[in-house]
Design a binder for this molecule. Structure first.
Ligand SMILES: NC(=O)c1ccc[n+]([C@@H]2O[C@H](COP(=O)([O-])OP(=O)(O)OC[C@H]3O[C@@H](n4cnc5c(N)ncnc54)[C@H](OP(=O)(O)O)[C@@H]3O)[C@@H](O)[C@H]2O)c1
Length: 243
């Protein structure tokens, strides 16, 4: 259980999942620092519940250091905007930016790091249909490199690999798989945010890589399901994310 006043960095807070994370963290006693690349988003993020907003570009390592300073927990929901780089690879925030953030987190003595990756990355490649996998193969490789960087970092981590993201309301019924070839399908960003917010307070999630889809969004037969007792009580929300 966290002590009152722990500070969480929501990296990529202006994105779809990032905004859901702000909503989930708002009623908690955690201090929330949000990041965005644009000053134009600061007021909106504060209205969504951020206690402070850092305007940063994670391609710059100094910005990553500034963002993470004084934080106990990092929830990383960064993702590259649409571009040919998703296919071609190269300089992507999914690799360079996340790497800068992990390095900064180590330097700042961060306790726990939650990384939003994707089903389709590494051992979970079969969980993403082949056409989609080809289109975003550059970013999948970049995310795979970031997963490896985080596992080797010495930080306590949870890697959350969601299926295809939707903007549906939270289902509260999350299926968790482990081992890559486990679950496939879709999941609301709001469900992903709940899992990510609960992960730092969930002992069973420590140093694990977990695939997540919603029960409604499940495609095919699940394999290798993991029993996780998510610490949703820590977040003050009513419906539980189920394993
Ligand atoms: N789409 C899917 O079906 C799917 C499935 C599984 C996993 N994912 C992954 O899940 C993650 C979250 O996805 P999402 O759609 O919820 O997010 P999103 O709306 O694409 O938001 C990503 C955020 O990353 C931030 N960002 C990008 N480059 C940055 C940089 N250089 N420095 C600082 N911030 C930067 C952006 O911030 P600003 O708005 O401030 O510019 C943006 O708000 C992504 O990694 C995505 O690839 C997606």
């Amino acid at each position: 259980m966290a002590s009152t006043g722990e500070r969480v960095l929501v990296a990529g807070a202006n994105g779809g999942t990032g905004r859901e994370l702000l909503a989930v963290l708002r009623p908690t006693d955690l201090e929330v620092r949000a990041t965005t690349r644009s000053h134009a988003n600061v007021d909106a993020l504060e209205r969504l519940g951020a206690d402070e907003v850092a305007v940063v570009d994670f391609f710059r390592s100094a910005d990553a250091v500034r963002a993470v300073e004084g934080c106990d927990i990092v929830c990383c929901a960064l993702g590259a905007p649409p571009s040919p780089r998703h296919f071609l690879g190269g300089k992507l925030v999914d690799r360079t930016g996340v790497s800068n953030l992990v390095t900064a987190a180590i330097g700042a003595g961060v306790d726990r790091f939650v990384y939003q990756s994707a089903i389709g990355v590494g051992s979970s490649r079969k969980g993403m249909p082949l056409p989609g996998r080809l289109i975003v193969r550059g970013s999948l490789r970049a995310k795979g490199d970031s997963e490896t960087t985080l596992r080797r970092s010495g930080l306590e981590y949870t890697i959350v690999r969601p299926g295809r993201l939707t903007d549906s309301p939270p289902s509260g019924e999350v299926l968790v798989g482990e081992g890559g070839d486990s679950v496939s399908g879709s999941i609301p960003r709001a469900d992903v945010a709940r899992v990510m917010a609960a992960a730092p307070f969930t002992p069973e999630a420590r140093n694990r890589t977990l695939e997540v889809v919603s029960r409604d969004g499940l495609r095919g037969t699940p394999k290798h399901l993991a029993e996780i007792d998510w610490a949703v009580d820590r977040l003050g929300i009513e419906r539980e994310a189920e394993s």
